[in-house]
Ligand binder design. Structure first.
Ligand code: ADP
Ligand code: MG
Length: 258
């Protein structure tokens, strides 16, 4: 359809950020005529489309603001490959009560066992449910806070970190922190204590945290104390998923070249 009135209506819908309504207008109008629909039902259908489009927009903007390195979902996680991860416990976390209750999730285990995958998948759920989320590696977090210290924006940065409902701190233990770094991590954890959730992943057991956190067991204990008070800890054991995939590919190659 194209009349000056129709074109104006489409432009106005777009101006009001109701682009989705302009897309479905023809189909809804035809259906309304064919079904002899009431004006109210016709309007309800259009408003529902607009509301859904708005929800999708908000979810996408939260996902963008979370700065995930890539997206992974719980559906993509193979629990059969990883029997040390309880499907029930993860399903319980997926209800996001832990975010509501300001509790933490600690995922421990060697490289490749799915720690980052699970952290992203749970954090993605939180974005979909309307929570503000931020994903960072510990190295990036500490580098940012260090830079903030230099340009006197540390207080502001710490406040911003406090304002997300769920903070993911990935890769604790890959890069050891200096004393300042460990102090900054303590600030972040202490400020979020009982006010916001953290999902943290590490390849190091808690007993090694003194070494990786500035060689200071006092700060390490203070951090652990607050992190663990309200938390669920997963000790993931077993084989690296990446290595398994690689090995399977090599075996396939070998079989086909025989
Ligand atoms: P980690 O953070 O523990 O080092 P990742 O979460 O980065 O490991 O996992 C490495 C790769 O293997 C990722 O691509 C991830 O999606 C995949 N992966 C790991 N475990 C599983 C699993 N149980 N099911 C499906 N994919 C997995
Ligand atoms: Mg990882």
């Amino acid at each position: 359809m194209s009349t000056p009135e129709y074109d104006l209506l489409i432009r106005q819908l777009k101006h009001l950020r109701l682009g989705r309504v302009s897309e479905v207008l023809d189909a809804h109008t035809q259906r309304a005529v064919a079904a002899n629909m009431s004006y109210l039902d016709f309007l309800r259908g259009l408003i529902q489309e607009a509301a859904q489009a708005q929800d999708t927009r908000l979810i996408n903007s939260r996902i963008k603001a979370a700065h995930f390195p890539y997206l992974k979902t719980l559906d993509q996680f193979d629990f059969n490959f990883q029997p040390t991860v309880s499907r029930q416990k993860v399903a319980d976390l997926a209800t996001l009560r832990f975010v509501e209750n300001h509790e933490n999730v600690i995922l421990l285990g060697p490289p490749g066992v799915g720690k980052t995958h699970l952290a992203i998948a749970l954090a993605l759920k939180a974005c979909e449910a309307g929570y503000k989320v931020l994903f960072t590696t510990l190295a990036d977090l500490v580098a940012q806070l260090h830079a903030a210290l230099a340009d006197h924006s540390l207080a502001m940065r710490l406040k911003a970190l406090r304002q997300v409902a769920l903070l993911v701190i990935d890769e604790v233990g890959y890069v050891p922190l200096d004393k300042t770094g460990a102090d900054h991590l303590f600030q972040v954890v202490a400020r979020r204590y009982e006010t916001g959730s953290i999902i943290l992943t590490s390849n190091k057991a808690f007993t090694e945290w003194g070494n990786i956190l500035g060689g200071d067991s006092v700060v390490a204990s203070a951090i652990l104390d607050r992190l663990l008070h309200h938390s669920m800890v997963f000790n993931i054991k077993g084989e690296s998923y990446r290595l398994r995939e690689k090995r399977d590919a090599l075996v396939r190659e070998e079989v086909t070249s025989r």
